[in-house]
Design a protein around this ligand. Structure first.
Ligand code: SF4
Length: 466
């Protein structure tokens, strides 16, 4: 639960309320990034843009939406995984170049961004942001290809790593998914309008119909001549991020063709089978642990109760009182229900332990509320390696799963017992599609090699703990 989300993207083509629909789509995708938000629209001639730091709902009012004229739009919610946070790196990034205006929204992380950037800077490019996404725009702008479409394909063909992109030109909406398909990207229709977005929950909110996923390696273009798909990349092994199912995506979404709720609940059932616990009550760590706890309770026969309550209205910053309150950061978000926990043996179900510090505070909180035993159960394997594909994980040296034995983790978090779901169990929850998943953060095996400087960084991280 302590991982930061990545980003959410949305695009719509051919709708009289394009900006408003994009605003709503981003609202549904807010869980994927809370640091910055932006929408760009096209009226067929010019592109317009509004970007801001913070939540979707706080940054768009009716006047702002009305200013964003046009029948097509793209939007982005950002959590910075590469590059600094703040307005400078907020997306969409809009540029004007020889191929015309273009706005780009990116979910993922390019593993060769640094190399490409150095090459571009040597050849005279001037960068305005530290985000890896801007690299793609420079490659696009300097392309000598005869059409904007060909220039874009030339640009994205040089990128390696994770990229689900939504782009807008004056008369086209373009969706691109990297050949491994790390991040989700899905296609829907709202009447005659086309919609592309990170998760189906954004389609649901605007009452759009789900059509299909944008395929790994597909470039989908819709414009004045209708729609078309191009597959410009060499075939590659699929590597859907399993963590989308474990944690990131909303349970009401379908991701990689599967119901997130179904997969997550199944993870909980399998966890109960693999890691039973002598307990009176199953308590999820809300919100992310709720589906897995439901499955755990179902399989084990132990009743589930909401013994921890999350405050959903916590803003980005708090004014802390001068007199210090212990564990304020966790307390302001979670509060124990003493009547549920007092005198009971509790199985706490969560989706991950990252550094261990939050889990430690939660276990303490549950004990202080009167629980007689606390058994921690995690619905995936220990996280032992960082992600280079768009998820903000700490260095390996900071991951408790990489640096501590199971018994040491148990002791550190102060639980009576601890149990993780195995990798086989985790993969079996996604069924027959399991060979098409990335599980690098659990295994340290990376489907796409990361570049030299990052490899050096990783080695350093490895050395620190060996
Ligand atoms: S390393 Fe982990 S978080 Fe990153 S893409 Fe792979 S499964 Fe997802």
């Amino acid at each position: 639960m302590a991982f930061k989300e990545e980003c959410g993207v949305f695009g719509i083509f051919g709708h009289s309320e394009a900006a408003n629909m994009t605003y709503l789509g981003l609202y549904a995708l807010q869980h994927r990034g809370q640091e910055a938000v932006g929408i760009a629209t096209s009226d067929g001639v010019r592109l317009q843009i509004h970007k801001a730091v913070g939540y979707v709902a706080d940054n768009f009012d009716e006047a702002t939406i009305n200013r964003l004229a046009g029948m097509s739009a793209v939007g982005h919610v950002r959590y910075s995984t590469a590059g600094d946070s703040g307005i400078k790196n907020a997306q969409p990034i809009l540029i004007d170049c020889a191929h015309g205006e273009i706005a780009i929204c990116h979910n993922g992380n390019l593993v060769n961004a640094q190399e490409l950037r150095e090459m571009l800077v040597r050849e005279g490019s001037i960068f305005q942001t530290t985000s890896d996404t801007e690299v793609l725009l420079h490659l696009y702008a300097r392309s000598k290809a005869p059409t904007p479409e060909a220039a874009l394909i030339e640009a994205v063909s040089q990128a390696q790593g994770a990229f689900s992109l939504v782009l807008l030109t004056k008369d086209r909406l373009i969706a691109v998914r990297d050949p491994h398909g790390f991040r989700p990207l899905t296609l829907g229709k709202l009447g005659d309008s086309y919609v592309v977005c990170s998760e189906t929950c954004a389609l649901d909110l605007i009452d759009a119909e789900w059509i299909r996923d944008i395929e790994p390696g597909e470039v989908f273009i819709v414009g004045p001549d209708g729609e078309k798909s191009i597959h410009p990349f060499a075939p590659a092994r699929k590597a859907h991020c399993i963590f989308e199912h474990v944690y990131f995506s909303r349970p009401d979404s379908y991701v990689f063709g599967l119901s997130v709720n179904e997969v997550r609940t199944q993870l909980g059932r399998l966890l109960a089978r693999e890691q039973p616990a002598p307990a009176d009550v199953v308590v999820p760590v809300p919100d992310s642990g709720v589906c897995a706890a439901t499955g755990y309770a179902e399989e084990s026969g132990i009743p589930m109760q909401m013994g921890l309550i999350r405050n959903h209205y916590v803003g980005r910053t708090f004014i802390e009182p001068h007199q210090s309150i212990r564990h304020f950061g966790v307390r302001v978000k979670l509060n124990p229900v003493k009547s549920i926990l007092r005198g009971r043996r509790v199985v706490l179900v969560d989706d991950s332990i990252v550094r261990g510090t939050t889990s430690r505070k939660i276990v303490k909180m549950v004990r202080n509320a009167g629980a007689s035993e606390v058994h921690m159960r995690i619905s995936c394997p220990p996280t032992i390696s960082p992600c280079f594909y768009g998820v903000d994980t700490p260095k390996r040296a900071e991951l408790i799963g990489a640096t501590h034995s199971l018994e040491e983790i148990r002791k550190f978090i102060g639980a009576d017992s601890i149990g993780y779901l195995s990798l086989e169990g985790t993969l079996s929850a996604v069924g027959s599609a399991k060979s098409s998943y990335c599980t690098s953060c659990y295994t340290g095996d990376y489907p796409v090699a990361f570049p030299q400087n990052e490899a050096a960084y990783l080695q350093l991280a490895l050395k620190l703990v060996e």
